[in-house]
Design a binder for this molecule. Structure first.
Ligand code: BEZ
Length: 387
């Protein structure tokens, strides 16, 4: 009798082990919600490329699980964002969402992720609220906060001796937050912002605003545009002859992934960003080589952020052996990790935003060349985060 019981127990535990093994091998459903059309289409594609490159380098598995992709083109349209993210959460029942580029869309995603406790990794959108008042155990960012990207440029422009600046951006969360952070950094350094100009996203009719800049006669201009909008703005600024008299600056989105199209108009522009084209570190060189080999394209900051979203997910998943229900252990592992990024190693703050070096870069030819580290290990203030 005793022997029969032991045999039954052995059989039961063997069956459990098989079931457990089968569960560990279930595919991890990853929802990629990114713009594949519109002014940010190239940014979405680079993030998608970067993320998939990292997964391929891991043999197609993260945390021991194969990956199954579910893709939504969010068109950078905040009006469609809630419906789009709910397709991934409710229809596709994804385990984790990676997205997106546009701050307004990202805020709707962060709300849905909080409400449903879905894991979210933001590979670009800088909306301060995502790692501020909306911060959560299940929300991470592999990119930057809008404050981080532009506060640094305010400091740099003041140090370079500028006193009277005009800012120009699209009128939405990212533009508003970058203009405000720039003003904070610039005024702290003794500068004055004469005007904060803007136009609705994603308009590119810059003429009236360029005329306003010429009439205001600042000693410098700070501009945030990205993707197709950045190409048009930099070309229009040069075509109006303003680059001869009023130096143009911005967060690096103004010239990242855009230099081929901007050509001569971008030469000499200084920007601040957490990545540059000439870091010449073994880590970045290896990444760039692999990216060029895989896609026949030069990588940019968006590709790096997509790649690092893969790294964040991988670190967390390895710590929980692929079991995403272990939210606290996943978060603890990511919080204590040093992420070996092509941009240079970084950590995540308690609010889950990168603490990272911000480079001052200068456009030379087709490259955003690193000039120096403008601010070392800059952390977002995470205003309003209660984690
Ligand atoms: C944003 O909306 O947060 C954003 C978009 C493009 C580049 C940088 C930031």
């Amino acid at each position: 009798m005793k022997r029969r019981n032991t045999l039954a127990a052995l059989l039961a535990s063997a069956l459990l082990a098989v079931a457990g093994g089968a569960q560990a091998q279930a595919k991890l459903k990853v929802g990629l919600m990114l713009p594949f059309t519109g002014t940010f289409a190239a940014l979405g594609t680079a993030i998608d490329n970067g993320f998939k490159l990292y997964v391929k380098e891991q043999g197609g598995k993260l945390g021991g699980r194969e990956i199954e992709y579910f893709v939504v083109d969010d068109e950078s349209d905040p009006a469609k964002a809630t419906d789009n993210v709910n397709k991934l959460i409710n229809r596709d029942k994804v385990d984790v969402i990676v997205g997106t580029v546009h701050s307004g869309v990202a805020m709707a995603m962060a709300k849905a992720a909080r409400d449903s406790n879905t894991m979210l990794i933001v590979p670009n959108a800088g909306a301060d609220a995502v790692t501020g008042p909306m911060c959560a155990q299940n929300i991470f960012r592999s990119s930057f906060s809008n404050w981080q990207s532009s506060y640094a440029m305010g400091q740099v422009m003041a140090k370079r001796g500028h006193k009277r600046a005009v800012s120009i951006t699209w009128k939405y969360a990212a533009g508003d937050e970058m203009a405000a952070a720039f003003k904070e950094g610039f005024e702290k350094g003794g500068g004055q912002v004469l005007k904060q100009l803007n136009l609705p996203f994603p308009n590119v009719e810059f003429q009236a605003l360029l005329t306003d800049i010429a009439a205001t006669k600042p000693d410098s201009v700070f501009a945030f545009f990205a993707g197709g909008g950045a190409v048009k703005f930099v070309k229009d600024y040069a075509a109006a002859g303003l680059n001869k008299t009023i130096p143009l600056y911005g967060p690096g989105f103004l010239t990242d992934g855009t230099l081929e199209a901007q050509g001569d108009a971008a030469q000499g522009i200084y920007t601040t960003l957490h990545y540059a084209d000439s870091l010449n570190t073994p880590r970045d060189d290896a990444f760039r080589l692999a990216y060029v080999k895989a896609y026949k394209l030069q990588p940019d900051v968006y590709a790096v952020q997509g790649y690092d979203a893969g790294q964040v997910l991988s670190i967390g998943l390895n710590a929980v052996k692929g079991d995403l229900s272990k939210r606290a252990e996943f978060a603890a592992a990511v919080e204590k990790a040093k992420i070996d990024s092509p941009r240079g190693a970084f950590t995540l703050s308690k609010a889950h935003n990168p603490v990272q070096d911000i480079y001052l870069r200068k456009v030379e030819g087709k490259q955003n060349k690193a000039v120096e580290v403008a601010i070392k290990a800059l952390a977002d203030p995470a205003r309003g985060c209660k984690m």
